[in-house]
Design a protein around this ligand. Structure first.
Ligand SMILES: [Zn+2]
Length: 272
């Protein structure tokens, strides 16, 4: 599932292609994608003729700022935003559910095999209220103090890291990778973390997210950039889907367990 680094990679690639340009024609083919608000026809009608003023990211959501309204896109499990230079080169298949045609050529398509993703319009001033996500972990506001408040919870630290209302943009991959680098076992109660562990965890979260953005994300299954290319961070994973292989630090076999119904990977020796 795309997490913060994958969404940010796509955003950065799309900014020079779409910002400042107007949507000439829009078609959304699948009602499920607009289930949060409106219909395919009403969302498409709200896009036609609008100019994209900015393309922002909040957690795992894209925000296409159209002025008074914003188009929000969430990729869900298998969503892909793809850019095509012109109508002639644009190739949709049975999983391509939306086409945005831009002035002066260029087509943005939304493809999603499992259709857990979403496209919806909200008033731009109401975006924060609509998305209800916690602080951005790469921003300065995500301090040790902020993480300490987030961790005042009896829940397991892995569950807390996955909760989008507490921290924006972390998912299963980067939660596991950050906990490994911070040497914290995913099953620990969040409130039990020491000051030193909180500092290590904040640093590890920021480190893995920044490193993954530099490598253009992790392609475990479906993630592709807007040109259809995979990201390069998966070979640098230390624990995620590495179960059974030796820990790079101590040689103990990496284990996989379930925490909050999610596959969770850790080193039983390094992580306490
Ligand atoms: Zn280890």
């Amino acid at each position: 599932m795309p997490e913060l680094p994958e969404v940010e990679t796509i955003r950065r690639d799309l900014v020079p292609k779409v910002v400042g340009r107007s949507i000439r024609q829009a078609s959304i083919l699948t009602p499920r994608l607009t289930r949060r608000a409106g219909t395919p026809a009403s969302v498409a009608a709200g896009l036609i003729g609008r100019r994209i003023r900015a393309l922002l990211r909040r957690g795992k959501f894209f925000q296409f700022d159209l002025g008074e309204t914003s188009l929000i896109v969430r990729l869900g499990m298998t969503g892909q935003l793809r850019w095509w230079r012109d109508r002639e080169s644009c190739q949709g298949d049975e999983h391509t559910h939306a086409f945005l045609h831009f002035d002066e050529g260029g087509v943005l398509t939304y493809r999603d095999v499992r259709k857990f993703g979403e496209l919806f319009l909200v008033p731009t001033e109401a975006v924060e209220a609509a998305l209800r996500v916690g602080p951005e972990p790469l921003e300065d506001a995500f301090s040790v103090g902020a993480l300490r408040r987030i961790c005042q919870s009896g829940a397991r630290v892995k569950s807390v890291l996955l909760d989008q209302r507490k921290i924006a943009g972390l998912g299963n991959i980067y939660a596991d990778e950050a906990l490994f680098r911070a040497k914290i076992r995913p099953t620990r109660r969040a409130a039990s973390l020491s000051e030193e562990e909180l500092r290590a965890l904040r640093g590890a979260i920021r480190f893995v997210l920044a490193a993954a953005i530099r490598q253009r994300g992790s392609s475990i299954s479906d993630f592709r950039d807007p040109c259809g290319e995979p990201g390069g961070f998966a070979p640098r994973h230390r624990v995620y889907q590495c179960h059974g292989t030796p820990c790079r630090v101590c040689g103990t076999a990496i284990r996989r367990i379930l925490v909050a119904q999610r596959g969770t990977h850790f080193c039983p020796t390094c992580q306490r």
